[in-house]
Design a protein around this ligand. Sequence first.
Ligand code: AMP
Ligand code: MG
Length: 522
Amino acid sequence: MLHFTSRFIDSTPGDPLSDTRSRQVHGALWSRVQPTPVSAPRLVALSPEMAKLLGLDEEALRSEAWVRVLSGNALEPGMVPYAANYGGHQFGQWAGQLGDGRAIGLGELRAPDGRLYELQLKGAGRTPYSRRADGRAVLRSSIREFLCSEAMHHLGVPTTRALSLVASGDAVVRDMFYDGHPQEEPGAIVCRVAPTFLRFGNFELCTSRGEVSLLKQLADYTLTHFFPELGPPSKEAYAAFFSEVARRTAKLIAHWQAVGFVHGVMNTDNMSILGLTIDYGPYGWVDDFDPDWTPNTTDAEHGRYRFGNQPAIGMWNIERLAVALMPLFEGDESVFQAGLLEYQRTLNTEMTARYAAKLGLSTLVDDADVERVNACLAWLAQEETDMTLFFRGLSRVVVAPTAPTVFPDVLREAFYGPVPEPHLARGLQWLTSWWERTRREGADPAELARRMDAVNPKYVLRNYLAQEAIDAAHEGDDSKVHLLLDVMRRPFDEQPGRETYAARRPDWARSKPGCSALSCSS
Ligand code: AMP
Ligand code: MG
């Protein structure tokens, strides 16, 4: 018998009303809601690791009874569905109340590891926070969220997880390109899992409304349940909490930078208080290493959330969180400064450590090493070069008995087109110097290669791969979703026979919607 709890609902103030009409909800951190049933739920995919972690039997999850729960058509005993109230800064502007407009928390389940995990349905229907939208999600964006949450997890990047993907059997109308051509698309529901889905925006909303006592209750709830190591609530504990969120956020973003993940919508309502990757929307993976690239068409003009700008935006968002938490710091500005410093310090250390490891170096020992990393990144950005293939290929170069004297074929594969000779010559020069530097690591080159292969993934969820799986699913074939999920379970392993999933983005996908450009419409 499963036992669901709802600590958030039990211990923090909620909305006394239960009608789902769009409205401003004051003095409350959540609203009770009910998922809106769908007409013909069908399980499209499950994450076996997530089921296991939760102690749920895969076969049982495939049963009609569970699929009803995973689609919002039924509740398990003890589930208390709710939508959280939060605000946020969107594209640099305060947007006021946002809230869970289509995500519905079901309750927390105690897993065999002793921890509590919250289950949440995304796309389960309208809530008081839906504004003018329908509370639903389309299959294409649900496939993307499902696959990417699990792919990120297997890469070791902190993230919310996905247990299941259910097709609803109902159509959802979306104007995918925002060009006045709305179309019906299949709807779907993802069951997401995380210790908590609280965001920076939950804290911001309280402070923006001067609801300081509510802010304090939210902070105390968060501290008590998710940061118990910081001690009972006090000014010092709030300060430590802020620094810890800053540290986790910096760590997270350094990790994104190291694997080539671009979130696409780093609004403060999409920033997890636990430092998890959250809300997979128009995200993308850089194919060619281009710091200016953003997958999000809504952001194409200003590129606020472009690949190379994510670290700076993380800092901007941490500042917004600081402003939100300020009432708890009792006017002590030094807390604010300490947190920002923590962010910068962690970002530097983490970026350095991750890029050193990508190059097979245990640490960057001097300025020459720092310059080595910078030169590599600058060179990569000059000509269209696949980030994943380039770094993965380096482990083949490191095991060569001598420094390269010609540009290695394994790295030529990373280029998207012909490259000028001088660029190759500069690349070779860099490689030679790097190869010589690796000999000072005092480790067997084969061991260096193993270490590099353990941090430079072979398989990432390339945008076009996800799009191919979506196109097939739209034709009724879910097998590509299953196959991709399976490939992404072992991103660092050679998987004989599956090399095509590690290949460069094909030319046809260069500017195809879904493969290089995504809208927020989901
Ligand atoms: P996002 O940009 O997806 O993080 O969403 C921003 C806000 O819009 C959040 O409050 C979402 O809950 C809400 N939202 C997005 N899509 C929908 C939808 N289809 N129905 C209701 N609310 C939505
Ligand atoms: Mg969001």
